[in-house]
Design a protein. Structure first.
Length: 208
């Protein structure tokens, strides 16, 4: 009888604790989760604005769809997984001419796509290095990689635009826009409304 009474008391105590603490906790958690889900679904990914302030931004449209770097920061992974930008000085005595190497990644639902922009002839500066504002498309190796479609490269004989619109060696800012088509041998991809705005010291990014 003592045992049964204690068991009933124990069960009654658990029920009271459950109703007073655990149930409200789950209700609050559900409300927060539901609110966050609605917010994330409702938010629209947008291109960064075209700026010339060294904001360390990069984005474009791939076949009309907004593409911005996105790879969540994770323990024991590369902290530059979303984007890594480096600049190489041709000479130690001056900022210009410079080479550029940019790698950017976008991950959505475990599917990834990548951009690579790199100065050609990196071992023989300053032949293709950046010396002034203008279109440097012909001086770059450009690739777009997609998990499903493979590697897209420049289309032979077809020009494009990778325009340096600001090159400020005092404040160390490089900014510009880009538009071009790439091809993987059987299919092409249109890169449009591209823009970038970097500090010349380089940049490393993973997303929150």
């Amino acid at each position: 009888m003592q045992f049964i009474g204690s068991e009933l008391y124990f069960k009654g105590g658990l029920n009271e604790i459950f109703m007073k603490t655990i149930v409200p906790y789950f209700l609050i958690t559900f409300i927060i989760f539901f609110t966050d889900c609605k917010k994330s679904v409702g938010d629209q990914i947008q291109l960064p604005p075209i700026t010339q302030e060294g904001r360390n931004t990069f984005g474009c449209k791939v076949n009309g769809t907004v593409w911005v770097p996105n790879f969540k920061c994770r323990p024991f992974t590369n902290p530059c997984e979303a984007m890594n930008v480096a600049f190489l000085n041709a000479f130690s005595t001056s900022i210009l001419p410079i080479g550029i190497a940019l790698n950017a990644r976008k991950e959505v639902n475990n599917s990834s796509s990548y951009f690579h922009f790199g100065t050609k002839y990196i071992l023989s500066p300053p032949k293709s290095f950046i010396t002034a504002k203008g279109n440097i498309y012909d001086s770059l190796d450009i690739q777009y990689l997609d998990d499903a479609a493979g590697i897209y490269n420049k289309i032979s004989g077809r020009g494009g635009e990778f325009e340096i619109t600001k090159l400020d060696t005092i404040n160390k800012i490089i900014s510009g826009t880009f538009n071009f088509s790439l091809n993987n041998g059987t299919d092409s991809v249109l890169i449009s409304e591209g823009r970038f705005d970097f500090k010349l010291q380089g940049y490393c990014l993973c997303s929150n």
